[in-house]
Design a binder for this molecule. Sequence first.
Ligand code: ADP
Length: 556
Amino acid sequence: MPELSALFRVVALANAILAFLFGATVFVGVNQQKRTKAHLSFLFLTTSVGIWSLAYYFWLGARSEEEARVFLGLLNMGAAFIPSTFFHWVRDIFSLSFHYARWWLIGGYGFALVFVLLGFTPHFVKDFHTLGGFSYWPTAGDLYWMFIVYYCVYLGLSIYFIGKLILTPSSPQQTQRVALIIAGALVITVIIGISNFLPWYKVTIWPWGSFLVPIAIFLFLYAMAQFNLMQMRTSLAQVLVLLMVGLAFTDIFSAEQWTEFTTRTLLFLLVLSFAFLFLEIYRRDLKRQIQLQKLTKDLQAANKRLQELDKQKTEFLSIASHQLRGPVAVVRGYSSLLKENAYGKLPPSAQEIVDRIEASAATMAQMVDDFLNVTRIEQGRMHYDMHHFDLGQLVSQLCEEFSMRAKEKGLSFSCAIARQPAQYPYYGDQVKIRQVIANLIDNAIKYTPSGWVRVSLCPGKGARQEYVITVEDSGIGIPPEEIPTLFSKFHRASNAQGANVSGTGLGLYIAKRLVKAHSGSIRIFSEGRGKGSRFVITLPALPAQISDDEDATTDD
Ligand code: ADP
């Protein structure tokens, strides 16, 4: 049955390609830093299987006894290392530690070396007999039994350790699963061994076991993948492409005519070029992916660090502001006593100084309050004191307070509260809403060197009942591209910094949070530098629920 031996030949070649391919892909594919002992022993194992299979292929093509002897020697060489490399790999993949582990390994490899030498002598291959289509099947020499004993001992050891892992209930599930996979590979290896050994002793069975070699190799690979030992760089796609190359290569050898041989060789070369192209594209893509992953990781770490720093900064701000509050209050208190002549009448020149001290202390108190408010918002500790009040009244009071300041600066100041409705009943935290509107009017006066400031209140035009407060001025305006940033902490427009007006850049940030907590909104309109600005607050008459911003720590 020569056709059958031809089939065995093709299978042997396919086995060799698979073994070399998978071994090399797993080993080369993994990052050098991530390479473990298991990768190395996996390479040893697959190489032994590869040598055995390749020699098998050439041996089946031998045309003389001499040729057959040489290839059988090589075949024995590969076979000699299979039990010890298998045992080695089992030890490494599970990181097993047992008594004399190293000596067991050295012993295994030592025996293998002895068998490599014996494999070329008549002690192993006495002579040949025919077995079906195999013209040069060896007859076992007088020492061949030693190899079988060694085969049984080392595979037996592997079976022992694998069995122990499967049967120990406390083994991690993953370990048990991988142990089961390797147990499957072991059973196959034993079957391969039996079906190959028996014909050496003239038992007439075919070495069918060789057909199972690909399954065993796939199981090895699967076990590695289960333990994540096949890294990102070794993808299934890569392995499959290489497999295609291998198959195309194998196909060449089953050609029976020259023309067939040439077309198959050309086909193989074509597949090979495509494989190169694919692997190159894949490699580049992967490199980019790895870089991207690294960048993302770095970015996440930096972001975490920034968040921590932000938190620390908030805490620092909170502590510092609390500490500042007392001394500022003392300065304000004494300056107002001085102003009221509690310590005797002051000369007019000193009066002016005291006025300045009082104004500066008031600004400082406002700043401290702002800092404290920021920390409260960020820590979700802002307290809202809700009650009913009239928004119309609040706006008109504020207008009264600020109109003096506007006039002092030479600005025309107007306040328009629509008469319909007569009242503006509102439910919210009066102090906070006052702070928001006051901040807008204060800004309007601050950022308007000359011209006018207008404040208005009217009912909203939408379906739900809401109030619209507008604060408009003819001042320095805001560059439109900077408008979205103004609600962020410490952000000031470029023209404000140049206008010689001091500020912290916190007022609008706080205002937006407070209005949002009342379910309202605040919008800014400006046509640009020098063209004035318009701030519009919309407040629903009955805020659904006071909500402290869940995104309070993010600047929007
Ligand atoms: P501050 O006034 O203390 O700087 P705010 O948060 O109240 O902080 O305002 C943030 C920025 O918005 C100001 O620095 C300024 O650039 C801009 N801004 C606010 N109101 C006006 C306005 N009425 N006209 C022009 N720019 C304004």
